[in-house]
Structure formats: C-alpha cells, structure tokens
Design a protein around this ligand. Structure first.
Ligand code: GDP
Ligand code: MN
Length: 394
C-alpha cells in the first residue's frame, strides 16, 4: 500500500527523521490557514505547495510550486487543488488532486537521493544513497550505476553505525551535516523496518544553505501483508488512488487485479490463476483481469466475482477455471448456476471444473439450461475460449 507524501513525512518524523515542516490542506482556505500557521511557527514568506497524489514526478507535471506570501499560496493552491495531474507514473488521464501539502520552502544547496528497500537476490535490506538526487534514480542506476552507494543490512545484526557513517561520508558530507545525515539514515532505516515498509525513499534528501540535512520529499510503500499489525497505518489507505473495481473486490475478499484484455477470468488459487492467464493468451485472447476467488469458491464469492468482471466494458468472454480440492466441483457448479441466474451474463461463459466430482459438476452446468460451455481438460477450455472470441460459439 502506498501513502501520500504528507503521511510518509508524519510517520518518518515520529522516528526522528528530519523532514521539512508542512501542513496538509484540502481546500484553498485550509491552505491559506496552513501557511499562516507555518509562518507563526517561525517559517518565512516562502512556501512550497505540493499536490498529494501517490504518483511520483509531480514537480515536472506542474504539481509542485513555490509561493511567496499568502496571496500566492491562495493562487497556487487554487490552481493545483482539483487539477488532473499527469506524470510519467499516472495514466494518460492523470490523477485528480484532492489535497496539497503546504510546506516551508527549503533553501536548497544540494539534492541527494536516499532509499531503503529489499534486495531480493541477497535476501537483505539495502540502503542506497547517491549525490545524484532530485532526478529519476532509475536513470542514474542505468547510466551511472557507480554513483549509487549501497549498504546491505544483515537481518541478524541490523544496521551498524559504521554503515550509516560510510554512506554519509560517501555523499561527501562533513561536520554538522555529516552527523545529521548519520542520524537521518539510522532513523529512516528504523522507520522502514518497524513500519514493515517495502520502500522508503527520500528524493531529494537535501542539504540546506544553512548546512542542515532534511527530507524535502518522502515516499513510503507498506507491505500489505503486514498491515494487520499496523492499524494506524492501514487507516491511511486512500481508495481514490486505486482502481474502483479493485476496491470493490477487496470488500469481498477477492484477490482481483484489473488488466487490459478482453477475457475475464475467475479462478481458485493464485497459481492456477496465473496458468489460466497463460491459457487465455495461448487461445489468442488477452486476460482482462487476475481473479483468485480463494480456496472455497462459495456462491457468494462467485456472484461477486461475476459482477466485478462484468463491470469491465472490455470483457467479451468469461472463463471460469476451478480446481475442486477442498471444495467439490458439484458445489462450485451449483454456486455458478445460482450466481449466473442472478447476474445477467450476456456473453460466452466457459467453465472448466477439474478435481473432486468434476463430472457431476459438469452435468449440473449442462442441465441448468443456462448457456454455459463446459470443459474438464485445460486444452478443451482453451479451444472454447478461442471459438468464443471468434464468435463461433458451438
Ligand atoms: P516529485 O516531483 O513528485 O518527486 O516531488 P518533489 O517533492 O521531489 O519535488 C520536486 C522538486 O521540486 C524537487 O526535486 C526540488 O527541486 C523542488 N522543490 C520541492 N520542494 C522544494 C523546496 O522547498 N524548495 C526548493 N527550492 N525546491 C523545492
Ligand atoms: Mn521527489
């Protein structure tokens, strides 16, 4: 799960990470009040107004603007709030801006990059730092990989003080800034670990003209599988940033990911779902989604699955592929028949049942009077999908 910059900065600040002071605002009036409050707390006349969307690259897209004085805050916040912000990470239509972060503008002397993530190959967290901050780190990694310093953290002993010092030294920092950077790196790593993050990225980390080190931007991705033990973090979810069909699916505990193809699929088990997507491709189609209804495939989940698949206007045919292991195929077939009666399915529906009581399940589907193509073998299902796509439904 991703969180917004202002939320990431709040979380990081709790761990002692130095961040640029700022206040989130959802209306122009709130933005003006935020600027006044920052000023009263020792800020200057110069502010930065930043669109709060999950995608990066906001600056280039016009979502980050400096504002001098309250009137400019009003003007810039007004321009950014409500805009459809397009960046290289949003879709072509962009993402609607519902909040801005009003922050004290930082007098930047130099921009750096600092990130923590998991290095799967080494099975260790890695801290990356670079003097090439403020730009896309992927580009630096590709063109000048030697400019990215790395320290791997042994999970058994944790981050060692010398590692943080080596990174700060590698960035060329000295004196007060060096000490602050060491503290920053240590606190960032702790925040990453304790919040069960999969990515904590500060781009840019800046050195101010006054010689201080602080975060001007912050990105924090949290591991969905660990959210159950962070109720406060789970509450930061912003469903406006998610696909509406995926939100609906998660309400039914369905594991659904929307894709761009034309064949909707409903499967039990993630591995079988992957294989089914391959099957659809082999049959000349493109999967419209990944959907794992879980081990039990009850009538309710099947019905919810159909409803979600059918809301996708690209879907031209549906393939259901269920393996009856824990759940018997005859029960699944009954569930499909019940669901198909409630949800109007006006397109070819191919159902493959395999496993316990597969023949019985097939019979139930065939005798239901519904227009359902059945299959038991994988290749039969593929052939029927191909035929359905060419419009020759036999
Ligand atoms: P991103 O484009 O979504 O990554 O948003 P950032 O928060 O990284 O901002 C983009 C760029 O705007 C930064 O790299 C800075 O160059 C600039 N910027 C952001 N905040 C400030 C600020 O407080 N002062 C100054 N001078 N520049 C800023
Ligand atoms: Mn950034």
């Amino acid at each position: 799960m991703k969180v917004h910059e202002y939320q990431a900065k709040d979380i990081l600040a709790r761990y002692g990470v130095a961040v640029q002071p700022g206040i989130v605002a959802r209306t122009v009036e709130e933005a003006v009040a935020a600027a006044k409050q920052l000023q009263a707390e020792g800020g200057t006349e110069l502010f930065v107004i930043k669109a709060q969307i999950h995608a990066g690259g906001r600056g280039k897209g016009g979502g980050v603007k400096l504002a001098r004085g309250i009137e400019e805050v009003r003007e810039k916040a007004g321009a950014i709030l409500g805009m459809m912000l397009k960046t290289h990470q949003t879709g072509p239509e962009g993402q609607k801006v519902r909040a801005v972060l009003v922050a004290d503008a930082v007098d930047i002397a130099k921009e750096y990059y600092l990130g923590v993530t998991l290095d799967r190959q080494r099975s260790m967290n890695v801290i990356m730092a670079s003097t090439e901050g403020g730009v896309e780190i992927e580009k630096v990694a590709e063109e000048t990989p030697e400019k990215i310093l790395k320290e791997w953290v042994d999970p058994a002993i944790g981050l060692q003080p010398f590692q943080a010092r080596r990174l700060a030294f590698g960035l060329g920092l000295e004196g007060k800034a060096f000490k602050q950077a060491v503290r920053f790196i240590t606190a960032l790593y702790r925040a990453y670990e304790e919040s069960d993050a999969s990515l904590a990225e500060i781009n840019p980390l800046v050195l101010t003209r006054a010689g201080d080190v602080l975060a001007v931007d912050a990105k924090l991705n949290l591991d969905d599988n660990a959210l159950f033990r962070h109720e406060d973090l789970a509450a930061l979810r912003d469903i406006h940033e998610e696909d509406p069909l995926e939100v609906e699916a998660s309400e039914h505990n369905l594991n659904y990911i929307k894709l761009d193809g034309n064949v909707g699929c409903m499967v039990n088990g993630a591995g079988l779902a992957m294989a089914t997507m391959d099957l659809i491709k082999l049959a000349g189609g493109e999967p419209a989604n990944f959907l794992d209804v879980g081990g039990t495939a009850s009538p309710d989940t099947v019905e919810a699955g159909f409803r979600i698949i059918l809301k996708d206007p690209n879907v031209k045919a549906i393939l259901v592929n269920i393996f009856g292991g824990i759940v018997r195929c005859d029960r699944v077939a009954t569930g499909i028949v019940e669901a198909a009666k409630k949800v109007e399915i006006d397109m070819p529906l191919i159902v493959r049942l395999q496993g316990t009581n597969a023949e019985e399940g097939k019979r139930i589907l065939e005798e239901s009077g519904l227009k359902i193509e059945t299959a038991i073998l994988f290749h039969e299902a593929a052939e029927k999908v191909t035929r359905a796509l060419s419009g020759v439904t036999a």
